[in-house]
Ligand binder design. Structure first.
Ligand code: HEM
Length: 128
């Protein structure tokens, strides 16, 4: 059904869970990203499950608990360089592949993720 939300078309809760469970181990292995994240990654995974659910048009799980995402502001404490955004997107791309997401659906998801990652860059001139 092409009129269904992106969230429904991608397979809802189960797919979000697959993506998040594939994404964070990659982040933790990445030399540019790992140092920014806490060792205990489970609370971050839970927030990302909630956030991506609403980001892709599902129920507003994140906002119900945490309020307005203010995503750029919440990322300001972390130095996000273009290289780190690239690394984040690489981990996400691999996670989408592992979750078996293909074709137009993947393109739609990717454009939103790509745009949002670019928006998180707060150290545009810095190397590394
Ligand atoms: C939180 C890094 C992009 C969604 C965080 C945290 C870091 C981080 C270090 C804090 C973890 C913690 O200690 O709690 C990055 C980097 C990015 C990036 C380096 C590269 C561009 C994104 C994008 C999204 C996103 C594109 C959404 C599509 C979130 C969410 C949280 C979060 C929902 C939890 C916010 C909260 O505390 O409530 N990110 N992030 N991030 N990130 Fe990102």
């Amino acid at each position: 059904d092409p009129t269904a939300s992106l969230y429904q078309r991608m397979g809802g809760e189960e797919t979000i869970r697959k993506i998040v469970e594939s994404f964070y181990p990659r982040v933790q292995q990445d030399p540019l990203l790992a140092p920014l994240f806490p060792k205990d990654i489970e609370p971050v995974m839970e927030k990302q499950r909630q956030f991506l659910t609403q980001f892709f048009g599902g129920p507003a799980l994140y906002s119900r608990v945490h309020g307005h995402p203010r995503l750029r502001a919440r990322h300001l404490p972390f130095p996000i360089t273009p290289k780190r955004a690239e690394a984040w997107l690489r981990c996400m791309s691999e996670a989408l592949d592992e979750a078996g997401i293909k074709g137009e659906l993947r393109d739609e998801m990717w454009s939103r993720l790509y745009f949002t990652a670019a928006h998180m860059v707060n150290q545009p001139g810095k190397e590394g």
